[in-house]
Design a protein around this ligand. Structure first.
Ligand SMILES: [Cu+2]
Length: 131
């Protein structure tokens, strides 16, 4: 069981390295979230339904850095990211890769479970005044 987890993590890293090597475009955001709904193994394309904390430095499609408030939303998950063992009410930290030029503009490229006692903070976004 533990070995399987290690292999999965290794695979995730390999996928990340590959993604980073292939002409890294876009931006990465590190986001903490509560899992709203366990992923459906029969439909991995359905993504992961998260209630995420504010993303202060979020940059929209228009290039404006306007932040994103906490909200529940589904996220597509990159191939090779293991979702086994992820259940509703888990707390997770994900890397969101955002590339507005890509077919799939937003996807989770990294995922890790946080300790059960992690306190998430669903305050509003504080966008930076920087242009
Ligand atoms: Cu959102």
């Amino acid at each position: 069981m533990r070995r399987a987890l290690k292999q999965n993590l290794g695979l995730a890293c390999a996928v990340l390295l590959l993604a980073a090597g292939c002409g890294a475009r876009g931006r990465d955001y590190t986001v903490r979230a509560l899992v709203v709904q366990a992923p459906d193994p029969a439909n991995p394309a359905g993504g992961l339904y998260l209630y995420h904390e504010a993303i202060d430095d979020w940059m929209g499609r228009d290039g404006k850095r306007d932040g994103m408030d906490p909200m529940a939303m589904p996220f597509p998950v990159a191939k090779g990211i293991p979702l086994t063992g992820i259940a509703a009410n888990d707390k997770v930290e994900v890397t969101l890769h955002v590339d507005w030029q890509a077919d799939r503009a937003v996807e989770i490229t990294q995922l890790r479970k946080l300790p059960r006692d992690t306190r998430l903070d669903f305050r509003a976004a504080r966008p930076s005044p920087k242009p």
